[in-house]
Design a protein around this ligand. Structure first.
Ligand SMILES: *Cc1c(COP(=O)(O)O)cnc(C)c1O
Length: 428
């Protein structure tokens, strides 16, 4: 499939081209195993000498078709689906960094990712340094160590809505001989393709906009195929020296820049951790992807309209949305997100914690959920739910204001949503 095709076309056609008489829609290959006519034929697959499927814990044709579509959308060389966004970020980092290694990450990232890095992977012996994404170049460079294996950030951070300066982060990563990994969940490849700005690996929680209907939990890793592992051989022995657990294969030699990262993640990490996406879920994800450009445009239009309305409302203390002129990230968003950012807004209700809770309780259309980024509008008051054990002072230190409401604008009519917000504010 030509890379020159536009996203709307790729969302429909990439990843699967049926031949004469084959199903038009992607087939769900609901099979654990695959039959071979000789032991030799299967041995070649085990040795990675031939391509093909032998067990769906490693790879499944339906999942691969959907992964190929996401790779095409991101402009990448190879991709794999995972069972969740958490598994995607874990694999993307663990494929490069093991016990005794170090990773630099933006401090402004999804809470689940922060916990994965700061607690669980730390326990596995991988050390992390978290940097303020707005730190100076000197501070960013100072975070790297000789054993640093990657730099990590989010295009638009969940829930802080900070916009990453991807070019600056890529420059810093490359100056230290490591790849930049970017979680592109909130922007989606419709609004930003991090590879165009120098990122090397992109991850997604496909649970959010890519599926877009709140139907399936899933993740994806896409490799740009541009990072030259062999040029930094001493840093990446896992990719550049023989894998004894896989018949002595040297991934970077055998599969080149384009194939090494995803092949290793599949052959080692999927084999051993088994965080697969089911072919049925991949099928649902593919249905979501078909309408992604339409949906993302609409999510962004509605969020823009609601953000502008809230900004003018006398019961609203502040609004954070990078599409608003004067927002801290407005100028940067014009560069990286010229067609829109995402459907998620955060704002403060005058009157603090109690007023925010009362406002949320009054909403009729927007549901109270911990989820974001699907067809149904939802909202969350962190100080009253996920962070409720904290005092106002502790919340401030964590960067979460007591009055903060996170609103994920769905695909309902924007005027209906605004009317719902207005009646909920009027009643507090
Ligand atoms: C939700 C989310 C994740 C985690 O994904 P799951 O699919 O819930 O495992 C990772 N990164 C970001 C930015 C997210 O929003």
């Amino acid at each position: 499939m030509s890379e020159k095709l536009r996203p709307e076309t790729l969302c429909i056609q990439a990843g699967y081209s049926p031949k004469n008489g084959e199903p038009r829609q992607i087939p769900i290959i609901q099979s654990t195993t695959y039959r071979y006519e000789s032991a030799e034929a299967m041995a070649k697959l085990f040795d990675l000498e031939a391509t093909g499927y032998f067990y769906s814990r490693l790879a499944n044709p339906t999942c691969d078709m959907v992964a190929a579509k996401i790779a095409a959308l991101e402009g990448g060389a190879a991709a794999m689906l995972t069972g969740s966004g958490q598994a995607a970020n874990f694999f993307a980092v663990f494929n490069l960094a093991g016990c005794g290694d170090h990773v630099v990450a933006s401090a402004s990232i999804y809470g689940g990712t922060f916990n994965l890095f700061a607690v669980t992977m730390q326990r596995m012996g991988v050390e992390f340094t978290f940097v303020d994404p707005e730190c100076s170049d000197d501070e960013l460079n100072a975070a790297f160590r000789p054993n640093t294996k990657a730099l990590f950030g989010e295009t638009i951070a969940n829930p802080a809505l900070t916009v990453l300066d991807i070019e600056r982060f890529a420059r810093a990563a490359h100056a230290h001989g490591v790849p930049l990994i970017v979680d592109n969940t909130f922007a989606t490849p419709i609004n930003c393709r991090p590879f165009e700005w120098g990122a090397d690996i992109v991850t997604h929680s496909t649970t959010k906009y890519l599926d877009g209907h709140g139907a399936t939990v899933g993740g994806c890793i896409v490799d740009s195929g541009r990072f030259d592992w062999m040029a930094h051989k001493e840093k990446f022995p896992g990719l550049c020296t023989p894998d004894e657990s896989y018949h002595g294969v040297v991934y970077a030699e055998k599969f080149g820049k384009e194939g090494a990262f995803i092949t290793k993640a599949t052959a080692q990490l999927m084999r051993d951790f088994g965080a697969v996406q089911s072919p049925q879920n991949a099928y649902y994800l593919n249905l979501g992807l078909e309408s992604l450009p339409l949906r993302v445009r609409r999510h962004c239009e509605t969020a823009q309209k609601i953000a502008e309305h809230l900004k003018m409302h006398d019961k609203i203390a502040w609004v954070s949305y990078c599409g608003l002129p004067g927002d801290k990230y407005y100028e940067r968003a014009k560069k990286y997100l010229p067609n829109g950012s995402c459907g998620v807004i955060s704002f403060g209700v005058k009157g603090g914690r109690n007023a925010a809770a009362a406002f949320m309780g009054n909403l009729k259309l927007a549901a109270i959920e911990t989820h974001v980024a699907d067809a149904r509008t939802c909202c969350l008051h962190p100080a009253g739910t996920t962070h409720r054990q904290m005092t106002d002072e502790q919340l401030a230190a964590a960067g979460v204001r007591a009055d903060l409401v996170r609103l994920s604008c769905g695909l309902e009519n924007a005027d209906d949503l605004i009317a719902d917000i207005d009646q909920a504010l009027a009643a507090i």
